[in-house]
Design a binder for this molecule. Structure first.
Ligand SMILES: [Zn+2]
Ligand SMILES: [Zn+2]
Length: 378
């Protein structure tokens, strides 16, 4: 769509998108549906290519990979399938053309009837490792602005409480001349007084004084997919604040927080556990318990296990949020050596120390550390 090579860099992609956006811009092609489609396709292509994660997926799976593969759940993680609205595209323009251009387009042009939109709400949700591992549905009570229950959000006393807007004489549009990136353009803008409806309220609702809103709350159920991480934001469309005078609700943004686990430390999709075993178990071998996300597991310690050895419990880590498999639990062995010995213990250890197997120091120590690091960072 953008006519760029498969290995095009960010600058080339941006340039190509600018060119396409200018060529197919609705202001340049009034009423041309085909141009509008091309304009949207270009914006979608740019969205994919400018996002490293989406681009990788596209390179791997092609167009099909963009549908819903983004981790589905939670009504968040915008897939590709739904397509872009003009609003989305114009809001993206700020990045491409810099500064004020984004705003300039927003209200101009044929398709640009403006819809009142409420503000977004941000909430934090704290999840345990077990919840992250399995995915979880949370019910949150959100305190927010809701539509007035008397007027239904319109702000008018009843259906007869409207008058023709004096600013636009009821057309809903005003004509203005703007200097834009594409040159001087005459554009039909949405009437700022009535917001495009052509009507104004003559008698306000007495409950909300014409605002159309009131304070309220809503219980929102959020399906959080498995594998999410600290700081991730899930967007639940339409569950934010209601706007004044009716329109579309804002979004609810759910920010994920991880509750620290007492024994497991997260590293991507892997979990690290520092395991202390008695020095005798390290010498003789044995079975020990280690924590997992949903309980405990028994693992075998081989005779002659060194401190720093990493044991891997394959697939016992966290599921990848995009569905690419599951991490491991890495058990890092450390030895507990008693700091105080009683007389009997001291006698036994002294006797042990005279045995041939305990006479020489480990000569492969350094190599061991190297091997350990390799397995750790592999
Ligand atoms: Zn009201
Ligand atoms: Zn008006």
């Amino acid at each position: 769509m953008l006519g760029v090579a498969k290995n095009a860099n960010a600058d080339e992609i941006k340039k190509a998108y600018r060119k396409a956006a200018i060529k197919y811009h609705p202001d340049k092609n009034p009423g041309d549906k085909e141009a509008e489609e091309k304009f949207k396709e270009a914006a979608e292509a740019y969205d994919v290519l400018s996002n490293p994660d989406k681009r990788a997926r596209y390179d791997q799976f092609g167009h099909a990979g963009m549908n819903g593969a983004a981790g589905g759940g939670a009504g968040g993680f915008g897939g590709f399938g739904g397509g872009f609205s003009m609003e989305d595209i114009f809001s993206q323009f700020g990045d491409i053309f810099g500064g004020h251009f984004g705003g300039g387009f927003r209200s101009s042009g044929g398709g640009g009837r403006r819809v009142n939109r409420g503000s977004d709400i941000r909430v934090r949700v704290k999840l345990t490792l077990a919840e992250i591992a399995a995915g979880v549905t949370k019910k949150l009570k959100i305190t927010k602005t809701v539509a007035c229950d008397k007027c239904g959000g319109t702000g008018a006393r009843d259906s007869n409480s409207y008058a023709t807007c004096a600013t636009c004489n009821g057309t809903g549009y005003v004509t203005r001349v703007e200097n834009t990136f594409f040159g001087r353009m005459q554009s039909q803008g949405v009437c700022p007084t009535c917001g495009g409806t052509g009507k104004v309220i003559s008698a306000p609702c007495d409950k909300c004084k014409g605002e159309g809103t009131q304070r309220g709350s809503e219980v929102v159920e959020i399906a959080i997919p498995a594998g999410v991480g600290e700081g991730m934001v899930l967007t639940v469309a339409g569950k934010g604040n209601a706007p004044r005078h009716g329109g579309v609700n804002g979004d609810l943004q759910v920010v994920i927080e991880e509750e620290a686990h007492p024994e497991l430390v997260r590293d991507g999709n892997d979990l690290i556990h520092n395991l202390n075993i008695p020095v005798t178990t390290a010498i003789l071998g044995g079975t020990v318990e280690v924590p997992t996300v949903d309980g405990r597991a028994k693992i075998k310690i081989a005779p002659g296990t060194h401190a720093g050895k990493v044991l891997r419990l394959g697939g016992k880590g966290l599921p990848d949020v995009n569905g690419y498999g599951r991490g491991d639990i890495l058990v890092v062995v450390d030895l507990t050596i008693p700091s105080k010995l009683n007389t009997e213990e001291r006698r036994l250890v002294e006797e042990l120390s005279r045995q041939p197997g305990f006479q020489k120091a480990e000569s492969v120590r350094n190599q061991n550390i190297f091997e350990r690091m390799k397995s750790f960072f592999r």
